[in-house]
Design a protein around this ligand. Structure first.
Ligand SMILES: [Zn+2]
Length: 386
């Protein structure tokens, strides 16, 4: 049965608050169901309430008092507030993220205000999850449990919040640590590549701090330090408030350290160009010996596509990666790739290890598990691909 009510407790406040599921106006789509036996969640004061700094967008911790008047102080102090919540038994598989609109009755009353824009982003993200991301949740993007509302009394009045899976630490933080390794930078790129192969464009990246939307679960149970450094942590992308579905990615190069700068037109995809630049995979002012290799990769993509016009874009890219960058990790690791012969443009064939007896392109084979979804099946709308 779907949970539609939950208790929320903040340590430091005398009462816990009952929250109930909030229906988004004019939206009928569904959300993930909360794990069974989640009657209440707990948020630890002084360690689990956050906002991002204005410059650099690094995470900072807030006290309950610092958030009490959110929405009343003009636009300056209206960074989105989010919190990490646990269950009382501290079950590591049940950690949640609340993104909150505090004092909602007041803070959403002026549609031109910054708090209202924060509210709009929260709603847009929820609607996009519900409409387009359900099959990818828990693997590429967090599980989204919908929007909720509670009366938080003297602390922050009516509080509207989204409840999602807590995914870990953002690349915006990790890039300043020893986890900023080549393998992890490639993992950031692979995560965007996977979403684009599923037809999702995240809405563009302007600044390196936009990588705050790439979250590594560095404390995933069983993960070793070597795996953490080696691009093997679960990695999620969040915030789809400006995302677009039905993106037909036209990129012709992998998101790998290319060592040579291509224009956005040459790359073939605007957002992927941003990702390549922000990951410093295409140095702008350093001509390098890699130029030949990159241009050869572009030419290879064109020639292979001509010879095998029936293969979808993600397969051409996967074949290119296997052929020209064989030491690099794949974007869709559960597909095994074989080539017909040793020649340069030999046709690649794909076997899905999750469905060894089925043709990965067979659309009659339906599944709701993102691990076994093929990028050929549009996650957004039951197999329709625009
Ligand atoms: Zn793309």
């Amino acid at each position: 049965m779907t949970t539609t009510a939950i208790w929320v407790r903040f340590t430091g406040l005398p009462h816990r608050f009952p929250a109930k599921s909030w229906r988004i106006p004019n939206h009928t789509g569904s959300f993930a169901s909360l794990p069974p036996d989640t009657p209440y969640i707990i948020i630890f004061e002084d360690e689990a309430i956050f906002a991002n700094q204005l410059g650099g967008k690094r995470r900072r911790t807030l006290s309950l008092d610092q958030t009490r008047t959110w929405g009343y102080n003009g636009d300056d102090d209206c960074q989105a507030i989010y919190a990490q919540a646990q269950t009382p038994d501290a079950d590591p598989t049940k950690v949640f993220c609340l993104r909150m609109i505090l004092n909602a009755k007041h803070s959403t009353s002026d549609t031109r205000s910054t708090p209202f824009k924060v509210y709009e982003k929260l709603v847009n993200d929820a609607v996009f999850h519900s409409n387009h991301l359900r099959d990818l949740e828990g693997v590429y993007v967090p599980l989204h449990y919908g929007l909720w509302i509670m009366d938080a009394g003297d602390w922050a009045g009516t509080v509207l919040f989204s409840l999602t899976q807590w995914c870990g630490t953002s690349w915006n933080e990790l890039q300043y640590t020893t986890l900023n390794t080549a393998a992890n930078r490639i993992l950031v790129g692979r995560s965007y590549e996977a979403l684009h192969d599923f037809g999702i464009d995240c809405g563009g990246l302007d600044r390196v701090y936009d990588f705050r939307h790439v979250i590594f679960d560095v404390y995933a149970p069983g993960l070793t330090q070597a795996q953490r450094s080696n691009g093997e942590a679960p990695c999620y992308i969040v915030d789809f408030s400006e995302a677009r579905a039905d993106h037909e990615c036209k990129r012709v190069v992998p998101v790998l350290p290319l060592g040579f700068s291509l224009s956005s037109t040459q790359v073939g995809c605007r957002e992927m160009t941003d990702v390549l630049i922000l990951l410093k995979f295409m140095p702008l002012f350093e001509p390098s010996p890699s130029a030949k290799q990159v241009l050869a990769a572009v030419a290879w993509h064109s020639e292979y596509s001509k010879r095998h016009p029936d293969q979808p874009g993600w397969q051409v890219l996967a074949a290119q990666r296997a052929k020209l960058y064989p030491d690099m990790p794949p974007v869709h690791p559960h597909f095994e790739i074989a080539f017909e012969d040793e020649s340069l443009y030999a046709r690649a064939t794909f076997t899905d290890e999750f469905a060894p007896d089925s043709d990965p392109d067979d659309e009659s084979e339906t599944t709701d598990r993102a691990e076994s979804a093929s990028p050929d099946s549009d996650p957004s709308d039951n197999g329709r691909r625009g």
